[in-house]
Design a protein around this ligand. Structure first.
Ligand SMILES: NC(=O)c1ccc[n+]([C@@H]2O[C@H](COP(=O)([O-])OP(=O)(O)OC[C@H]3O[C@@H](n4cnc5c(N)ncnc54)[C@H](OP(=O)(O)O)[C@@H]3O)[C@@H](O)[C@H]2O)c1
Length: 252
């Protein structure tokens, strides 16, 4: 029964990835610099972030502990890594963001709660049931070490980029400046670049369909927004660094 649900949700998320990619290529999600002042169905941005990110940790945790038969140490390590990231992304990061007066569209909150709940479920289920994650032999498999190294590198790039962006408004002045330092020297959306590398690493180290699908969904969601950010910087800053790419250093 749960196995069928898992498969059905994977198919649904794959469809959502396609829908999200085409939808956000046509129209960028209206939050942050693209927020529409005329939007009536919005809520305060900070609680919105806390709300829609939260299913990633509770849905994963509930699924993992309620459905796991006898999870192996690799599964428990992956559980701990996921929860550590979402302690940052779901709680610490929303509290650090400069959100004075910012609103977030309710449609985005509803979509976020739905997607993150389903994604927490499939990843929690996959990690607690994958046979290769039941024994310590997985720690000696090159996919674990390689995936972990990629994920840590991505996390550090993302964390540094998040911090640089937060620092741009440390003087309390609103508005936008040109981000500098770290991976911003190479791309306009350094935070998204780190995020994508992180979830590609997760896909390799967990070696599950759910992990691979989350990496694909992250690309389908963040690539169009990175292209919009890049265009926006070039239109709004005459001195924007000309060698900087949108999302992938030297390539895109
Ligand atoms: N896994 C996923 O699919 C996924 C999806 C979405 C987000 N995320 C992650 O969540 C984090 C936030 O995403 P986001 O879409 O909000 O990123 P964003 O559009 O780059 O904005 C991040 C924060 O920095 C501020 N900011 C951005 N550029 C700035 C500039 N040039 N000058 C001053 N402040 C600036 C934004 O303020 P404003 O709000 O005023 O623009 C916002 O508070 C990222 O690390 C991202 O990777 C992950």
């Amino acid at each position: 029964m749960l196995q069928h649900l898992y498969t059905g949700v994977l198919i649904f998320i794959a469809a959502l990835a396609v829908f999200t990619f085409y939808g956000t290529m046509k129209q960028v999600n209206p939050y942050g610099r693209y927020a529409r002042p005329t939007d009536r169905n919005t809520m305060t941005a900070r609680p919105a972030w806390l709300l829609f990110e939260s299913p990633q940790w509770w849905s994963f945790a509930v699924t993992f502990w309620l459905t796991a038969q006898s999870p192996g140490t690799p599964a428990i390590v992956l559980f701990a890594l996921w929860q550590s990231h979402y302690l940052y992304r779901g709680i610490i990061y929303p509290l650090r963001r400069n959100e004075d007066g910012k609103r977030f569209p309710m449609s985005g909150v509803i979509f976020g709660v739905l997607f993150n709940g389903l994604n927490g479920f499939v990843n929690g289920y996959a990690v607690s049931h994958a046979p290769h994650l039941m024994t310590d032999a997985w720690f000696r498999d090159p996919r674990f070490g390689l995936g972990l190294a990629i994920a840590v590198a991505g996390w550090l790039i993302n964390f540094q980029a998040d911090s640089i962006l937060i620092g741009l408004r440390s003087d309390g002045a609103p508005g936008y400046r040109i981000p500098r330092g770290g991976a911003f020297e190479y791309v306009s959306a350094a935070n998204y670049f780190g995020e994508i590398v992180l979830w590609c690493g997760w896909a390799v180290m967990s070696w599950t369909a759910a992990g691979a699908l989350f990496a694909i969904f992250t690309i389908s969601n963040l690539l169009p927004r990175a292209l919009s950010h890049h265009r926006w910087y070039r239109e709004n800053f005459a001195d924007y660094p000309s060698t900087r790419r949108a999302l992938i250093p030297w390539i895109l």
